[in-house]
Structure formats: C-alpha cells, structure tokens
Design a binder for this molecule. Structure first.
Ligand SMILES: Nc1nc2c(c(=O)[nH]1)N[C@H]1C(S)=C(S)[C@@H](COP(=O)(O)O)O[C@H]1N2
Ligand SMILES: [Mo]
Length: 553
C-alpha cells in the first residue's frame, strides 16, 4: 500500500538499483558499438579524418528555404521535453513494480534478459509478484517509493496524451511549412556523410559544423529524423501492446511479431534510446557553440549573445520545479491525481477500445510453464475450514439487484455449465502468463439470478485481505460481465483451481487487467454502482492503490 514512509522490504537500495543483464543479450549490441568505434579509429589512424563536405555559409538572404526556428518549433520542443521527462520518470516507476524484462510471454523467473533487482525468485516457497516490487527514489521515479504504480500510471498516461498531441501538432506543422526538408534526408549521400561526422566525434574531433540555423550536419539530421519518425512511433506502438483490451479487440495485433513482453521490452529500449539521444544531443549543443545554439532553440535568433541561455536556463528551472511539484502533489493528493487521470484517460480508452471486444484464445501448446501468483491467501477460519473440507460446504451468495438471489454450492455451479478458454493474463505490474481456465460463464449465472434493470455494476467480494488489510473486492460493468470470456473459474490447466490461484472460485475477465479478477470469491453483488462499498472507488486496488477505474490498458 502507498505510504511515503513505509520502508522497502529487505535492504533499502536507495543508492543504486542493482542491474543483472544476460551476457547473451548485452554482448551483441556492445560488440557492434565497439566495432563501430574500432573502425572509426582505424580509419582515422590509417587514412586520416574523412572529409566532411564543406557547408555553405548561408545568410537569411542566400538561404535556401526553409531555415530558422519558428515559434511553433521552439514551443513544441520545450513541451516535448517536459512530457518526455514525465514519461521517463513515471515509466521507470512502473517498471520497478515488476523489475524484470523478458522476450517470452510467460515471464518464467530466470528467463529475463535484464532485471533491476538482486532478488532471485525463490522456488521453494510462495513468492508473490507484489513482493517482487522494488523501491525507487523519488529523485528518479514519479512518484517514487515502492508499489506506487497506480499513481505512476496516471502520470504516464496523461503525459502520453499530451506528448502525442504535442508531437502531432509538430509533425503537422513540419509538413505544412516545408520545414520537414530540414530533417528528412533527401539523398543516400546522408549515410557516408553521417559516417564521416561520426569518425570525427568518435575520435574526439569536431568537424566543421554548419550553422544549425540554416542546416544540420548529416549525423545530426539523421538522428533528428530517427527520433521523430522512428523512435517516437515505436514508443507509441509498443505501449499499447501491453493492453489486455487492445490485444483482445484487434485480432491482427496478436499476429504481429511480438507479444506483451516483447512490446514491454522494446518500450523500455525506446526509453533508453531517448535518454541516450538526449545526453548526446545536449553534449553536442554545448560543445558546438552553446550561446548561439540556445538563441536558436529558445528565442529563435541567430546571434552569439547570452540572452537565449538565460531564458533557456529559466525554462529548465521551471521544468525542474514542475517535476518537484508533480512528486509533491502525488504524495499529498493521490486521490486527486487518480481522479484527474481517470477523467482525462477514460474517454480516450472508451473511444479507442469501446464496443464489443473480440475473443482471442491460445493453443494448448502456448500454456505457460510458470504462472506468477498475486495476493494474500485467505487466513480466516471460515475459509480454512472450507478448504479443509474440500469446499463441500462452500456456498456462493449472489445478492443485490437481482430477481432471484441464490446461494450455490460448488457442485451446483459446476452443473450449470462449463466453458474452457486458453487466455493471456495481463497483470498491471507488467508480467503475463497463458493458462487454460474452466468455469461457468457469467452470462449463464445471470440467466439464473436475472439482474434487475437498475443493476449496472457487479461486485465480487473475496475471502482474503488486500496487502494493506481489509477485504479484497472489485467491481465490473455489466458489459464486461456479459463478455463471453467472463468466467467464474473453478479449473486451471485441467486441475481444480488450487489454493494459491483462488480456490474455490475466481473471476476471469480477459479484456481487463489482473487486479480486477478477484480470487477466493465469497459473494457476488449486483448493484447500481460501487459507490456504497468501502471507499467507493470500485475496488480494493482502486481504493487503496489508486489504480485506474478502467482497467483496459
Ligand atoms: N482476493 C484477491 N484477488 C486477487 C488479488 C488479490 O490480491 N486478492 N490480486 C489480483 C492480481 S493483481 C492479479 S495479477 C491476479 C493474479 O492471479 P494469479 O495469482 O492467479 O496469477 O489476481 C487478482 N486477484
Ligand atoms: Mo496484478
């Protein structure tokens, strides 16, 4: 549960996040980069520095269109940086809730290509995914702390909306004004020319730099192009690859090369590329004439005075303060951040993912060898007694706004029907897994209890407690419960549902994130909404961990 003072489990790793990376993943890109450097050095040593085509000295009179830094370029550049920083900080925070990255969809411990935790998952005892979350300093993470991913997600999604909006405006104006000619290469010569510039940089030489007001050097143009037209679209495509509703809605999406974990890994690598670009970019801005460069991008003039630098530094201080404010506001007013996040993001989700979701199912051969566990097993005497008796005395109570309230035994539920489905589970923390579930479709149950017209929400109450104490529960829309894949599952991978995965009954709602799928179900209530229950946000995680109210992404 979120609390700024709660210490992380184990030793607080405030100083450094220990990183373990697989040599087999790390080596190829490293070797590639080293080869580039070696070739550049060899070329310099044996043939001297390659010629960089002399850049024409332009003036505003002789310039070939377009040139300069119009106000829209300067504004979108600044706004872009602001949201990029927020995206990176909240993104890293989300990552630390499941600090492991994989190329396979099963997330079997030991198969990760990189992990940001020293912990090796113990196989001799139950170790939940929530235990695995790491503490992150608020200097890096937004909002920092441990298991604050609910709030980090609000920042991430809201920032993503504004970042994409800002980027769209920029690209639109780029083409509307012909400024695209400044960053879109027009000839294959760009590659040998960019290489020549690289040989200079790699051997610590400065090539004759063109004045960026009129023209960029080849490597510069190529990297700006890559950031705008490759890196950014890639981050926009790989983000949604993690959404359960999206992969269920668009069947073709699953046929693309990749899966949730490849999407997640690429999303992280794109983040690394953005950070690397930013570092290189800032370094080059400094070494190639800081004052003039700052005048270009900050105030749009082409002079050597210091005014752009002062305004620019002021802009950076404002950006820094905005980040401090973001952390501060999140710790003081988490509920407000949650409300704002829901208000801005939910309409977009409804627009993009609303309507009927398709049904994606997997094959027997796809079933995961390992399936992470989340949540605290019930400790109540009642559940223990039921479990000891093989759930013979279990009765599922279904009440609230229904014509026919009932109490059903497990055998009665099994007799009412059984559907099997092999599906991909999406935990909000980032891990996934494929399993075969067998159970009673919610539609069948609704035929028996007959919800009244006023019923809009279905609440599932658990025998167990949430991580911070208090009953675990969650609610669903009627629409999601009418989905053919909404299941009261009593079987997993051909076996009766076991005690850690939610015996005797757990919910499957495949277009939703895992936290909505209540395990160890004690009772089901049909209601007008979920406002009358506990803190009224719709579920334990929504109440206490500030999770999103729409769990589609
Ligand atoms: N009662 C209860 N149900 C719960 C949870 C919990 O903490 N308590 N955790 C949820 C979360 S976050 C996930 S990802 C799934 C995990 O299901 P699994 O343990 O079968 O993998 O259960 C969900 N249902
Ligand atoms: Mo989860």
């Amino acid at each position: 549960m979120i609390s700024p003072t709660s210490p992380p489990p184990g030793k607080p790793s405030r100083m450094l996040i220990p990183i373990r990376i697989r040599l087999s993943t790390f080596l190829p890109p490293l070797v590639f980069f080293v080869i580039l450097l070696v070739v550049a050095y060899a070329q310099w040593a044996f043939f001297g520095l390659p010629a960089v085509p002399a850049s024409t000295h332009f003036t505003t009179k002789t310039a070939m269109q377009p040139y300069g830094f119009a106000a829209w370029i300067r504004i979108t550049h600044y706004v872009n940086f602001l949201f990029l920083v927020l995206l990176i900080r909240s993104g890293v925070q989300i990552l630390m809730d499941h600090p492991r990255l994989y190329w396979n969809v099963h997330c079997t411990p030991g198969t990760e290509w990189i992990r940001f935790t020293p912990v090796q998952v113990p196989m001799d005892r139950l170790y939940t995914a929530k235990e695995d979350a790491r503490y992150l300093t608020p200097w890096i993470g937004l909002p920092g702390g441990r298991h604050t991913l609910g709030l980090a997600r609000h920042w991430h999604f809201v920032s993503a909306l504004f970042w994409v909006l800002n980027g769209t405006i920029y690209v639109f104006l780029l083409f509307a004004t012909s400024h695209w000619r400044r960053i879109v290469p027009s000839s294959w010569r760009i590659f040998p020319e960019a290489w020549a510039v690289f040989v200079h940089y790699a051997t610590f030489h400065l090539p004759p730099e063109p004045n960026g007001y009129f023209q960029y050097n080849a490597l510069q143009q190529l990297s700006y192009f890559a950031v705008v037209f490759i890196l950014s679209p890639l981050s926009i495509l790989t983000g949604p690859a993690m959404s359960p509703a999206l992969v269920n809605r668009f069947r073709w999406y699953r046929r693309l090369p990749g899966n949730r974990q490849i999407g997640r890994s690429l999303h992280f690598l794109v983040l690394c590329a953005f950070v690397a670009f930013t570092l290189a970019h800032v370094t080059m801005v400094i070494v190639s004439g800081l004052a003039r460069n700052m005048n270009h991008i900050v105030i749009g003039t082409n002079v050597g005075a210091s005014i752009g630098m002062y305004v620019g530094v002021t802009g950076l201080v404002i950006l820094f303060m905005a980040n401090i404010m973001a952390n501060w506001a999140t710790w003081l007013f988490p509920r407000a951040i949650q409300r704002i996040g829901n208000a801005l993001v939910n309409p977009v989700i409804r627009l993009l993912l609303g309507g009927h979701a398709a049904r994606v199912e997997y094959a027997q051969a796809d079933i995961s060898p390992f399936f992470w566990v989340n949540g605290k097993k019930p400790t109540s005497e009642r559940w223990n007694a039921l479990a000891a008796g093989g759930f013979k005395d279990y009765r599922l109570r279904i009440h609230g706004l229904v014509e026919n309230p009932v109490e059903l035994s497990l055998d009665q539920i099994k007799a009412m029907g059984k559907k099997m489905q092999i599906t991909l589970h999406h935990c909000i923390q980032g891990w996934s897994g494929i399993a075969e579930w067998g159970g009673l479709p919610m539609v069948e149950l609704m035929k028996l209890v007959r919800p009244l017209p006023g019923a809009n929400a279905v609440l599932f109450y658990s025998f167990s407690e949430g991580t911070g104490g208090g009953q675990y529960y969650d609610s669903h829309t009627m629409e999601n419960m009418r989905h053919p894949q909404a299941l009261l599952a009593y079987e997993m991978n051909g076996q009766p549902l076991n005690e850690v995965h939610g015996a005797p009954l757990r919910l499957r709602a495949e277009t939703q994130l895992g936290f909505k799928m209540v395990k160890w179900i004690e009772a089901i209530e049909f209601a007008k909404d979920a406002k009358h229950v506990y803190k009224g946000e719709g579920g334990y995680a929504e109440d206490n961990e500030f999770f999103d109210s729409m769990a589609d992404i």
